[in-house]
Design a protein around this ligand. Sequence first.
Ligand SMILES: [Zn+2]
Length: 153
Amino acid sequence: MIFRRKFLKTLGISFLVFLSLPYKLLYSASKKILNPDLSDQQKDIMFNEGTERAFTSDLLKENRNGYYHCANCGAKLFASNSKFDSGTGWPSFSEALPGAFKTKIDYSFGMKRIEYHCANCGAHHGHVFDDGPSATGKRFCNNGLCLIFIPED
Ligand SMILES: [Zn+2]
């Protein structure tokens, strides 16, 4: 009887510890948060597959020459000459730099979409579609909050 009570108590405690584990710790176990300055919204998009509201990104009107980097790890992801205005409300690119992303099939919201994430840190960035207007035929639909633009001098 004593053993059984101890066992239940241990079980109870470990369950409580599990419940009280901060969400951040749980999801950083598989992916790496490398930038301690990421906002909650950036973390939600990059590590919880969230999406920013359309037409909210300052990068939509960014037209300078330069490169778009991962907001988490700083990896170079897109060159400015691949950016185009898709009219969707998210920064869009016809191609990524070689090896910048890894893809996986995303079945959420009853759709089959190709999700891509930073090959270096695993952060989610967006989805890639086959309806792009340029020769590549691709449209990388990227959350602006996941990108940092660095202009070329
Ligand atoms: Zn990254």
